[in-house]
Design a protein around this ligand. Structure first.
Ligand code: MG
Length: 397
């Protein structure tokens, strides 16, 4: 293809001559509370980004990999002195998975050198604007322990999301067994789901159990919210053929439109594909970020490598983006470029030092900008030099 050849020669003309590592802070609009397995998530985080500069004056930047990320400046040696074409191909992504810390930065850099937005590099075959959902609705009724917000807080937080521009909410469920006993926890999960449906009749409702349920308890929950018309149930329990078949058959009887979404935690891709082909799994959800040092890891280039197979089976997709708004925008670019998007996970935060103004959220849809690369500008980050860096780790999810 002529354009790819042109792209390759353009990328070959640029050599990486400097790598900057910065720490940037993200702040949620409020305390993010508990979910099924983790205590209060806090107010935000610090993440590392990599900026790449070439000898011809081009630059690109992006989130580094690593959930519990320890600054590792030695990995910069992997890219220094090499041409962009040696590291990256526009139709594939990074050429070596050991470069995963530079996955987003290299996509951004290549897009800027070629003068195209990443979603066009991906094929411009998805949706733009992309439908998104508000993912910040946690167990706000029972968080924090010192001053639990009650049901009213859940509604207030949905209202905040609605006013912000969302028209779909994902509610965390699975208050039992960690925070409540099963009868009470199940009752509360049902109550919250029905309450949000009642107050936001024009919105899609998704739920996420973070694998806390059993098959039988999930059937009970589904029976009690059958008339809510849930859009998806995410991670009902650890994915397996038997359980997913049982839940899918039950959903077909009582809530046929409801999809099952899974794949964010320790994804077993072959099993997920089998579950999809059997008609049980409805949405693939591997993480858009790679090499996180925990179970949540997949990555942008890994997604790109998998897409020919997913496209062949007509898969619905939603790259997991929890944590920071940067990831929402990466997932939105992906779903504007590749076909099959269900709804993209929308994080609301203030990311200090980043200009996101080219992205617009309106009426539940994210407009992905027609700017080169990812279309986000790094204004300022705290330089990470490796000197005296604390080895404390950042808690993102
Ligand atoms: Mg989830």
């Amino acid at each position: 293809m002529a354009s790819t050849e042109t792209g390759a020669s353009d990328l070959a003309a640029h050599t990486i001559h400097k790598v900057n590592t910065y720490k940037i802070r993200t702040r949620f609009p409020r305390l993010i509370g508990k979910n099924a397995f983790r205590d209060e998530h806090g107010y935000g985080d610090e993440v590392l980004v990599k900026e790449l500069l070439t000898d011809r004056g081009a630059s690109g930047w992006g989130l580094a990999s690593g959930l519990f990320y320890r600054p590792d400046l030695t990995e910069d040696e992997l890219v220094l002195g090499r041409t962009v074409a040696e590291l990256f191909a526009p139709d594939q992504g990074i050429l070596d998975m050991s470069l995963s810390s530079f996955d987003f930065a290299l996509h951004d850099l290549a897009g800027r050198i070629l003068g195209i937005p990443c979603y066009k590099m991906f094929g411009n075959d998805g949706l733009n604007p992309v439908p998104v959902y508000d993912t910040l609705i946690y167990f706000d009724d029972i968080s924090p322990d010192t001053r639990p917000g009650g049901l009213r807080q859940v509604l207030e937080n949905c209202r905040y999301g609605y006013d912000y521009g969302y028209r779909a909410f994902k509610l965390k469920i699975g208050r039992a067994p960690r925070w409540m006993d099963w009868p009470d926890g199940l009752r509360r999960d049902i109550e919250v789901t029905r309450m949000v449906r009642e107050h936001f009749p024009d919105c899609e409702i998704l739920v996420d159990a973070n694998d806390a349920y059993t098959v039988d308890r999930m059937k009970e929950y589904v029976d009690a919210v059958a008339d809510v018309g849930l859009y998806w149930i995410e991670e009902p329990f650890r994915e397996n053929l038997e359980g997913f078949r049982a839940l899918r058959e039950h959903l077909d009887r009582v809530s046929p439109r409801t999809l099952i979404a899974d794949g964010e935690t320790d994804p077993e891709v072959e099993l997920l594909i089998e579950l999809y082909e059997q008609g049980y799994l409805g949405v693939f959800q591997m993480d858009v970020q790679g090499d996180l040092g925990l179970g949540h890891a997949f990555g942008l280039t890994s997604w790109r490598r998998l897409m020919p197979r997913l496209r062949e089976i007509g898969a619905r997709i939603s790259p997991h983006a929890w944590g920071i708004k940067l990831k929402t925008h990466y997932a939105a670019q992906f779903c504007a470029g590749y076909p099959g998007v269900a709804l993209v996970e929308g994080i609301t935060d203030t990311t200090e030092g980043v200009d996101f103004s080219a992205y617009v959220l309106r009426n539940g849809k994210m407009f992905v900008p027609d700017k080169p690369g990812f279309g986000m500008e790094l204004v300022w980050g705290a330089p990470v030099t490796g000197e005296g860096e604390s080895k404390t780790v950042s808690r993102q999810v």
